[in-house]
Design a protein around this ligand. Structure first.
Ligand code: HEM
Length: 392
């Protein structure tokens, strides 16, 4: 009879938060399907398994009622739906992510925002790139795309953080939900106040397209999906900028070559492969099944570790390290299957085509004066939480 996956009782959430990569490297080799007590999930660390799970929504559902996401967002967002329900809600926003809309509507605005935000950086000084540039830039771009420019960068970032922390509040503590409730109230109030403007002046922002559709989805779902985009559209471009800047500045040979060839898009792809901004995703198992000879029972939750998949030895040579010019850089940092990141094109443009070349052009001698001051954190989401750079 097939047996359950082995059970680990030693790995801690703190270890995963500090640096999960040595753990994943070991698990890929020794125990690629593992029940981890600290996470309450079966962790999958091999690329073929994570891809298989995300590509099979009938067996591995996104609709997991055991997570705090519904409580945190006051609704079930499109990320936690399957099949037609999911497709209908995803399509409702799709117009804002079309290549032509990105090119004509968003890129010119992102370019302007990038110019403005890079120009205000204090030349010659050491600043933490996270609060000084990458966080606010990601927030402003998203506010424009969603059609909520009236929100400040501070609000967008605070709401995003509160919603993410609420969705990750597996201990069901009151305090994170109080913060996410406040974010919900404020976002709803703003969206209520913006309806008239978007109805009077239809445009390609996600909010306007959803409320002006011929057959709109429920208002509650429109609001929920704007909130999931706030929760899922700021951290990742921000962390991607910080990660790629770190990767390039600590590999000066690669930086010179990237500058010479203008290979910023390549640097972006390698950065998010190396440290995936969204490291893990969960799926609920619908029927008893097997992975690598282990029984995965119905009702179990599997955690696909795309961060680990992106370094799998079967796909990458020296995957633990940052090599812009590696042979192959197909990766799962944007996920795959029906929930694959809807913002992938826009993120590639905003970071790879706009921000990175601009930043290195304005500060050709940008450097990290003290590498020990760069702090990395995160298990669910990961990136430098502090990255002081010298602006020269
Ligand atoms: C480097 C930047 C980004 C990365 C690495 C990233 C990564 C991801 C990943 C891995 C997923 C799938 C999660 C799962 O399978 O459960 C996802 C979903 C999603 N992302 Fe992104 N993301 C990025 C930027 C953005 C941006 C800028 C936006 C919005 C403008 C966005 C909007 C979304 C949405 C709406 C979903 C849910 C799609 C669905 O459930 O159908 N993302 N993202």
């Amino acid at each position: 009879m097939t047996e359950l996956a082995p059970l680990d009782e030693e790995i801690t959430l703190e270890q995963l938060n500090l640096d999960p990569y040595p753990i994943y490297q070991r698990l890929r080799k020794e125990s690629p399907v593992l029940r981890v007590k600290a996470t309450g999930r079966t962790m999958l660390t091999k690329a073929s398994d994570t891809e298989y799970v995300k590509g099979n929504p009938a067996l591995f559902s996104s609709d997991d009622p055991n997570t705090p996401m519904q409580r945190a967002f006051w609704a079930q967002t499109l990320m936690r739906k399957d099949g037609n329900d999911h497709r209908r809600e995803r399509m409702a926003m799709a117009g804002a992510f079309k290549p032509a809309v990105i090119e004509n509507d968003w890129v010119p605005q992102y370019q302007k925002i990038a110019e403005e935000y890079v120009s205000r950086l204090p030349k010659g000084e050491v600043v933490d790139l996270f609060p000084a540039l990458s966080g606010p830039y990601a927030a402003r771009g998203l506010a424009v795309l969603l059609g909520m420019e009236e929100a400040s960068d501070e609000q967008m970032q605070r709401w995003s953080q509160a919603l993410i922390e609420g969705a990750g509040n597996f201990g069901w503590r009151d305090e994170p939900f109080e913060r996410s409730d406040k974010a919900n109230e404020e976002v709803h109030a703003l969206l209520d106040s913006l309806q008239a403007r978007h109805k009077a002046e239809p445009n390609n922002s996600a909010f306007a397209l959803m409320i002006n559709a011929d057959n709109p989805i429920e208002t509650k779902q429109i609001y929920a999906n704007i909130k999931i985009a706030i929760g899922g559209g700021i951290n990742e471009p921000r962390d991607a900028i910080n990660t790629v800047v770190y990767g390039l500045l600590t590999h000066p040979d690669q930086l010179s070559e990237v500058k010479r060839n203008g290979d910023w898009a390549k640097a972006f792809e390698e950065g998010i492969r190396w440290v995936a901004p969204i490291q893990v995703s969960s799926r609920l198992v619908k029927e008893d099944t097997e992975i690598r000879g282990c029984l995965i029972p119905a009702g179990d939750t599997v955690m696909t570790i795309q961060a680990s998949a992106c370094r799998d030895e079967e796909l990458y040579e020296d995957g633990e390290n940052f090599h812009v010019y590696r042979d192959k850089c197909r990766h799962q940092a944007f996920g795959n299957g029906p929930h694959m990141c809807q913002g992938n094109r826009v993120a590639r443009q905003a970071v790879g085509e706009i921000m990175l070349p601009l930043l290195f052009d304005r500060f050709p001698n940008l450097s990290i004066p003290d590498e020990s001051k760069v702090i990395w954190r995160g298990f669910g989401f990961r990136g430098p939480v502090q990255i002081p750079v010298l602006l020269k």
